[in-house]
Design a protein around this ligand. Structure first.
Ligand code: ADP
Length: 493
């Protein structure tokens, strides 16, 4: 049932409004206590007024009851003093007094209707036995009170020596007093309370409307600020610090914007870099070709030389394009990974075998230290890409007669490949940037040795695809060590 109501409520969009809920809460919080107070005060007034009336009448009755005994009224009703007292009482409280003797006979009725009649009501009989009774009839608006007429007589006690006092009920006073005045006051109070209630209703409603509007405003400001960013009027960080909550939303939004900006900037920078990198070889080719064309009777050797340069530039262009393609392909998805069990030691040996001739050219010695056999769940192509790039760099950025050492090790979760060289090193301030696309510490030197600045970017992204990490340590002039740490199995995160 509750779920049903919930689904129905969910259908009404307006019900999901925070402002509406706030309005209802504030309104109820204002109106419920005021209703409770109204009912409470009125009921309290009634019971208190009735209590006071009862106690007043009882006091009067008690006095008159004494007088009744004193004047022996039960036997002789001629006393004018008592008559006047009874009259006064019935006038004062707009009531009726019946004096009933011990035989349950009415000796006096201030209304003069029941004189001489016998009354056998339950209350009267109970009162004869010495019990006062009080009945409040709120519907017919009267209070019925009975009061025993008690005579105190002195009797000899049981031992016959002393005397003791005894109270004997000689008759009953049966009184009914009207509560019209109380009811009238209650009516007036009730009417006023209703008017006040209505005024309060309007006031609280207006207050709730205003409050809910004001309280919701910061959220509207957040929406407006976000819309402005969305529409593109501004890309400045927004600020709505009215509430801690809005501040949190805005902070989250600002960091999202910042991230998007970084991504956008890096995309733009990437496009600019790509264009620049691709343009450079083309410019060289054009210059070479133009200078050939500008000369007449160019000797064949010069032709040959220039054509070699042109071929070199084309080769460079080709390399950049291949690297770019590798990078873009890698960015695509993890789904394209081709995971298999690979014996890393064997893979490294194959790669080193392939790279040794290049190392030999610059007299660099490459050694492999395998601490243990490593079999890991990796993508073989990606893994060889990582290893090739790192070892190639270690050879490229080395010195004459330099050394490259590849160290393989593993624990029960990860395997590590450390490629250490005795080369030129990387300055500390550049260490953070070497993974950026097209970043080169020494542009001209890197270009000279055929670098595109994309190798480490490709390497890092491949390492990340294999859920691993890469770290570089370097001392300028002494060498660099790259450590790659990759989980042995894919189930490990
Ligand atoms: P490149 O194609 O220019 O080698 P990489 O992305 O592979 O591009 O490397 C980025 C830059 O980091 C290189 O230009 C080089 O300056 C520096 N670098 C990379 N590896 C080494 C290394 N082993 N020793 C010294 N410098 C290195």
């Amino acid at each position: 049932m509750a779920d049903k109501i919930k689904t129905i409520l969910k259908k009404f969009k307006i019900w999901r409004s925070f402002q509406l809920r706030l309005l209802i809460i504030v309104f109820l919080m204002g109106i419920i206590p005021s209703i409770i107070m109204r009912v409470g005060i009125l009921e309290n007034y009634e019971s208190r007024a009735v209590d006071v009336r009862i106690s007043d009448v009882q006091t009067q009755l008690r006095i008159i009851a004494n007088h009744l005994i004193t004047y022996n009224y039960l036997q002789d009703t001629s006393s004018e003093v008592i008559g006047a007292e009874l009259e006064q009482l019935s006038n004062l409280y707009n009531g009726r007094v019946l004096i009933i003797n011990g035989n349950l006979k009415v000796v006096k009725d201030t209304y003069g209707i029941s004189d001489g009649k016998t009354i056998v009501s339950e209350e009267v009989i109970r009162c004869i036995k010495g019990k006062n009774t009080v009945n409040y009839d709120s519907v017919n608006r009267f209070i019925e009170i009975t009061m025993p007429i008690v005579e105190t007589v002195t009797m000899p006690d049981d031992s016959g020596e002393g005397a003791k006092e005894k109270e004997l009920v000689r008759g009953v006073m049966l009184t009914s007093v009207s509560t019209d005045s109380i009811a009238n006051t209650l009516d007036i109070l009730n009417r006023r309370a209703i008017i006040m209630g209505n005024i309060m209703f309007i006031f609280i409603f207006a207050l709730a409307m205003g409050l809910s509007r004001i309280l919701v405003r910061p959220f509207e400001r957040v929406t407006k600020a976000i819309s402005e960013v969305k529409e593109g009027y501004t890309d400045e960080p927004i600020s709505v610090s009215d509430y801690l909550e809005t501040e949190h939303i805005v902070d989250a939004f600002n960091s999202l914007i910042k991230r998007m900006k970084v991504l956008d900037d890096s995309r733009q920078e990437f496009v600019a870099n790509v264009s620049h990198e691709l343009k450079t070889p083309i410019t060289s080719i054009k210059v070479l070709a133009d200078s050939l064309l500008a000369q007449e009777d160019v000797p064949a050797e010069l032709y040959h030389e220039f054509m070699e340069d042109i071929a070199e530039e084309i080769e460079r262009e080709n390399k950049i394009i291949n690297d770019l393609l590798a990078l873009v392909k890698q960015d695509k998805s993890v789904a394209e990974l081709n995971i298999s069990m690979v014996v890393i030691n064997e893979l490294v040996e194959i790669i080193l075998k392939r790279l040794r001739p290049i190392a030999k050219k610059s007299n660099v010695e490459v050694t492999l230290i395998s601490k243990r056999e490593i079999v890991a769940e990796v993508d073989e192509v990606k893994m060889s890409l990582i290893l090739t790039n790192l070892v190639e760099n270690a050879i490229k950025y080395n010195k004459e007669q330099g050394k490259v050492e590849v160290l393989l090790d593993a624990d029960h979760q990860f395997f590590t490949v450390r490629v250490r060289d005795s080369g030129i090193g990387i300055p500390p301030e550049a260490l953070g940037q070497i993974y950026e696309r097209f970043y080169r510490v020494d542009k001209s030197h890197s270009k000279e040795i055929g670098g595109t600045g994309l190798g480490l970017a490709i390497t890092k992204s491949a390492v990340q695809l294999l859920r691993g990490s890469i770290k570089a340590e370097s001392v300028v002039g002494e060498g660099t060590a790259f450590t790659v740490k990759i989980p042995l199995t894919r189930t490990l995160v």
